[in-house]
Write a new protein. Structure first.
Ligand code: FAD
Length: 447
């Protein structure tokens, strides 16, 4: 057992997306960083079955990566998706571009590949050491004393500042909870997710690789994102229990019959459908809220550890990356005084994170249900026409969330203002029309 006490270090617990990026940013500021990760080095291992997760990386994530010179490398593995391809039960697929100009894209990237690129960058950064196979099991927020479980036994450590980037089920958050230093609420959906695979056909993509494919089915849905190996990873978002749920389909015949009836274009493209469905795990979906995110200006939570959200806006990782950029800005603004920077970080991020948590929940209804409706499709076309007619003055919510770094809370305020203004214009137009019709009728009567 080694006592790795380094009071001059910043400890980051969790070498996932946010943790590795944070290590790079802090190294750039001149900090010595110890990055602890419960898993072994993922660059040498296998991806867990059914947990590949490909992410839609958009402007906020790219902005963070650009700041450490990593965007170009990451983008070389990414596949641009310019819109949604809607797969109805019967009939033709339809394409809905994400932006008015049809040239903007969100980017499909494997979470594993992104994590590995960030691990490489963190490892190469001066002053960063990474301890794999280190699971945090104890933390005293008053002293920064930590306890890790490793294959060789317990390993104590300490740091001046401890940052928890250990994901939605954060052990750091659990420790702070145990000390009564914060409160949390976990709102799980009655839905889970399960991955399936569409392999390449004849060496090529089985579906259009420039789209995010959606099979909206009212109360549930499936999506598919392209991979560089020309396969697609499909993700089912279904109720966990009840009719048409994961639990309701147990036999191969029932699985085949369900997909043939509700996703008829899938079975010919997915030869391992039944096996994938039976073998792949069901993941949970929920929103984590907690507060405060920091204790005493020396221990703090970032990313999913502080605020996991449901994945329906494709923003969890983008938002976690934005946390890192904001913390870096707070350290700038506070002259690297952590006791001032961490509370400032929380104040600046809180309302933004709450805004995207809510928008992500709203977007589930849009994706699984509304996108299939002709009224919704007309609305999107009108929105895009307005964006073209009033460039910079009318900007859709999707555009602001995915293709800008406008703070999420400001996105909500701005889109509400735009909708109110549009409502007023529409009401004015109706009033004018009614007025004109009334005048014409009375003229007609007089004539
Ligand atoms: P994580 O990536 O979860 O990393 C946490 C790390 O901490 C892990 O490496 C873990 O092993 C480690 N750890 C955990 N416990 C301990 C411990 N006790 N000690 C030490 N280490 C520990 N986001 C997007 O932006 N776009 C998308 O399209 C998108 N799609 C998604 C689809 C699905 C199905 C899901 C589930 C999520 C999706 N997300 C998406 C969200 C995204 O994956 C997360 O928001 C992101 O991974 C959060 O990064 P993080 O670093 O905070 O946490």
């Amino acid at each position: 057992m080694t006592d790795t006490r380094r009071d001059d270090e910043v400890a980051i617990v969790g070498a996932g997306l946010a943790g590795c990026l944070l290590a790079c940013f802090l190294a750039r500021r001149g900090y010595r960083v110890a990055l602890y990760e419960r898993r072994g080095d993922p660059r040498t291992g296998q991806v867990e079955r059914g947990r590949s997760i490909n992410l839609a990386l958009s402007e906020r994530g790219l902005d963070a990566l650009r700041r450490i010179g990593l965007a170009e490398q990451v983008m070389s593995d990414a596949l641009p998706m310019r819109g949604r391809m809607i797969h109805p039960v019967t009939g033709e697929t339809t394409f809905q571009p994400y932006s008015a100009t049809e040239d903007r894209a969100i980017n499909s990237i494997s979470r594993g590949a992104l994590n590995n690129a960030l691990l490489d960058a963190a490892e190469a950064a001066p002053g960063v050491r990474i301890a794999f196979d280190h699971r945090l099991v104890g933390l005293d927020p008053a002293t920064g004393d930590m306890m890790f479980e490793t294959p060789a036994g317990k390993d104590p450590a300490a740091a001046a500042v401890v940052l928890g980037t250990d994901g939605a089920g954060s052990a750091v958050r659990g420790q702070l909870l145990g000390y009564g230093a914060l409160t949390e609420s976990l709102d799980f959906l009655d839905y889970g997710y399960k991955e399936l695979t569409i392999p390449p056909i004849g060496g090529d993509y089985a579906l259009d690789p420039e789209a995010l494919h959606i099979w909206p089915r009212g109360t549930s849905m499936m999506i598919a994102l392209p991979n560089p190996d020309r396969s697609f990873t499909c993700t089912l978002f279904w109720p966990t229990h009840g009719t048409a749920s994961f639990a309701s389909l147990s036999s191969p015949a029932a699985i085949e019959a369900h997909f043939a009836a509700h996703y008829p274009d899938l079975p010919p493209l997915a030869p391992n459908l039944v096996d994938d469905f039976q073998q792949n795990p069901v993941g949970l979906l929920g929103t984590v809220r907690c507060g405060p995110w920091q204790v005493g200006g020396t221990v703090a939570l970032l990313g999913d550890a502080a605020h996991a959200i449901v994945p329906f806006y494709g923003q969890g990782a983008n938002c976690a990356f934005e946390d890192v950029v904001e913390l870096d800005r707070c350290l700038d603004d506070c002259g690297d005084d952590w006791t001032a920077a961490l509370p400032l970080f929380e104040r600046r991020r809180q309302e933004n994170v709450e805004a995207i948590a809510q928008m992500a929940l709203d977007n589930f209804v849009e994706m699984r249900d509304k996108v299939a409706s002709p009224m919704f499709q007309l609305g999107r076309r009108v929105e895009h026409a307005l964006e073209r007619a009033l460039p910079g003055r009318y900007v859709s919510r999707y555009e602001l969330v995915s293709f800008s770094t406008t703070p999420y809370a400001e996105v909500r305020r701005r889109t509400r203002r735009q909708h109110r203004a549009l409502g007023a214009v529409a009401a004015g137009a109706v009033a004018l029309l009614l007025g004109a019709a009334g005048t014409a009728i009375s003229r007609g009567r007089r004539g």
